[in-house]
Write a new protein. Sequence first.
Length: 161
Amino acid sequence: MFRLRVVLDVRYPRIIAEVAAAMKAVMPDNAVGTRVCPKNCVEVSSYSKSWPCLFPQHGPGKKRHRPIFLADWQHELAAKYPELLLRGLIHSDGCRFINTGSGGWRQPRYTFCNLSPGIRTIFCEACDMLGLRWTFAKPKTLYVSRKADVARMDDFIGPKA
């Protein structure tokens, strides 16, 4: 039996509810539990023997120390639903913020930060599928900054809540 655990920020109850609903939709006969953790986190989890089939990336050690890539069937889903993939990636490891500069300019921007090169590649490929321009800022940080691209992402990501 395997347990899928997703730890989320308690400030975003809608995302917590979406994660719990997604687990229940995928494994309708299995219980989905939530528990409040220290440091303002909520853990959503469910047990199933089938989780490794749905997440072949599962393995020992930290994700950043092993190859992470989409299986062929996952790549097909990503190509069909790149907006949903990006939404999930931003909800887990990204944010939208207002970038400011000298002269008083202000511009919304999305950032995505992950230590795993494979997960960063998945983010970049999803952006590429949608024609969104991304840039590297630091070794583990990516930005989407163009006005039109940020507006497009706003359409399918929406505010965290």
